[in-house]
Design a protein around this ligand. Sequence first.
Ligand code: MN
Length: 233
Amino acid sequence: MINYLWTPPTPPSLPVRGKSERLPVNRIFCVGRNYHAHAIEMGRPVDKATQRPFYFTKSNTALVPSGATVAYPPETQDYQFEMELVLVVGAPGFRVKVEDAHKIIYGYACGLDMTRRDLQLKFRDQGRPWDLGKDVEESAVCSEVVPMPGVVLEQGEIALEVNGVTKQKSDLNKLIWNIREQIADLSLFYHLQPGDLIYTGTPEGVGPVVAGDRITGHVQGVGEIALTVGPAA
Ligand code: MN
């Protein structure tokens, strides 16, 4: 029995389709620039022949369930949406081979990687960490988890609307580093654990939101996500 100075927070978790148990969320990894058209709109095209994927992380305390209303965050004038497929790890994996990557997949979810774009780009251009741009409170929005153990998603529409107007529309088959490659590469650096989430990158069309906006999105074969942006706290 451990005695704490104060009650530790309840571990972040997500609902799982078809189950009463919730999935405890461990770490949140995010892949940067993983669709060519998005990399180009960010002014940083990707040449897969000479470049490797890169990652940033969000605190798992940034997790927000689909359907929530979040306050417009402080210290930004350019809060943006990024619609993403979220890969849910279900087994430990270290130095996982591409051909074995499916073995650690628990399932998938729909995600929003909400971003203080003004700060991200300022820090990027200054060679500073992206944390204040990306590890924003309430910025890791995630739908229910859909169990698909061992399934490697290779195609399917991914799209996002703001107030019903389509802003992002692409296909998972346009991922630069696919699901298998992401698991193999990231597991060179980390001992992946059950409950780790990988936000797999966003397609082109990212843009700002303002208070009152309603974001909706879907990934074909996975599900839907929604978020309402409220006024600044
Ligand atoms: Mn992203």
